[in-house]
Design a protein around this ligand. Sequence first.
Ligand code: AMP
Length: 283
Amino acid sequence: MPISTVIAPGELRELTQKWRKEGKKLAFVPTMGALHAGHISLVEEARKRADIVIVSIFVNPMQFGPNEDFGSYPRMLVQDIARLEASHVDVLFAPNAADMYPEGFQTVVSNSEMSDILCGRFRPGHFSGVLTVVNKLFNLVQPNYAIFGKKDYQQFTLISKMVKDLCMDLEVIGHPTLRESDGLAMSSRNLRLSPQEREEAAQIHRAMQSVAAVHKKGEVDREKLEHQFQDELAKVPGFRFEYAEIREQGTLNAFGKTIDKPAVILVAAHLGSVRLIDNLEFG
Ligand code: AMP
């Protein structure tokens, strides 16, 4: 059946209200489009949990800085619609920026602790943009479940915290990262890597795996493990690091000298003009 595409926020609200009145469970997958198998794995998770699956595609201007890739972010709505149809999504919400941020828009959602670390340190305002748009989307859809990828670990953690802190009535589900056969995390931005960069990019996952392996053998010194990771990637000429840090799973609290709780290594690096992020839970 052809997927129905809704552009007007009011129309989406009417649809989801009707489904809720009928007693249907709703699962929601927010995206920025240029869909790949990672996104579709979230859709499949949504389908397992609910009667109705709603996907949004919105390249949210509020979460891009002035020198970031808002203009060049891949947009391919026709292919995306075909993929969503093949995955039996019930409705695609693809709003316009003017409808999401009408003139006079003033209210934002922010987190006082976790938005300035890791990606937030390099992308000021980014997570306010994310939390604000996700909050708006949640209010329009009012889903029972919202599915997010752990690929964007900090985003997933911040959204889970927002839902808890603001007593929102839905469950946030974190879904594992889908990877290419060489370990590179699937990402819409991979489309912009040159063939050589694409090959080099797989080193990120290899270096994270070797950190996890060395930790498993007994190394608990945080700095040593972080340096091991950085040294391994420094061998690849194209990489320019933003950060590579080991933090506590779930809270993203910093470790002192010793890794004594379940951990996650998080990395952001530029390869050519493309900014890649990835992470791996271990311990
Ligand atoms: P994006 O379109 O990049 O905003 O991503 C939309 C959702 O898909 C987010 O929850 C991402 O974390 C998730 N996602 C992106 N890449 C992957 C991946 N490789 N595996 C699983 N989920 C992903």
